[in-house]
Design a protein around this ligand. Structure first.
Ligand code: SIN
Length: 173
């Protein structure tokens, strides 16, 4: 089974895998529109994390991981738990950077989940990120690590980068 990561799974997969590849998911854009009350924020003071929103002209680049056959059920249970704050698991087609076509599980949060926050400007998102912390750490770390990891795989994302720049300005970096 393949798993597609486009957020924290890119820079902290924390799952066993026997193969990995940079891959594109067509028809979706990555956005900081999901609230996090269990990782990068707390109930009443959510952080902002990424989800995927449908956009026929968009393409989202991330990392796909192949989970060893005998570990699939344990990894699915682990990821279902990790992504339980509003994300659904579904199967999507990917185009890998090496030309392979893959079917992968992806976790995405839609507007009908209770933690959905929706669109905001990069400045407003950065303000919220700076004040948010949760059991997995600071929201700032999530944003800056994602921006760094996307740059590393040659997939700088203008939306993520704008939020990261606004965070860095506020941190005086
Ligand atoms: C993902 O990384 O693929 C899901 C969203 C997240 O946990 O950041």
């Amino acid at each position: 089974m393949w798993v597609f990561g486009y957020g924290s799974l890119i820079w902290r997969p924390a799952i066993p895998f026997e193969d990995e590849v940079v891959a594109d998911l067509a028809g979706y854009a990555r956005r900081f529109w999901q609230g996090s009350t269990d990782h990068r924020g707390v109930p009443g003071a959510p952080g902002r994390v990424v989800t995927l929103v449908e956009d026929p002209r968009a393409q989202c680049r991330g990392r796909a991981f192949e989970v060893p056959e005998k570990m699939v059920s344990r990894v699915v249970a682990q990821l279902d738990h990790r992504e339980q704050g509003g994300y659904d698991r579904l199967m999507v087609p990917l185009e890998a950077a090496d030309g392979r076509r893959l079917e992968a599980a992806v976790y995405l949060a839609t507007a009908d989940n209770p933690n959905w926050l929706g669109p905001a400007s990069a400045d407003a998102i950065a303000d919220q990120v700076l004040r948010s912390h949760g059991p997995s750490g600071s929201n700032t770390e999530y944003v800056l690590e994602l921006d760094r990891a996307l740059d590393e795989i040659g997939a700088l994302d203008p939306h993520v980068h704008a939020v990261a720049e606004a965070v860095r300005v506020r941190m005086g970096r």
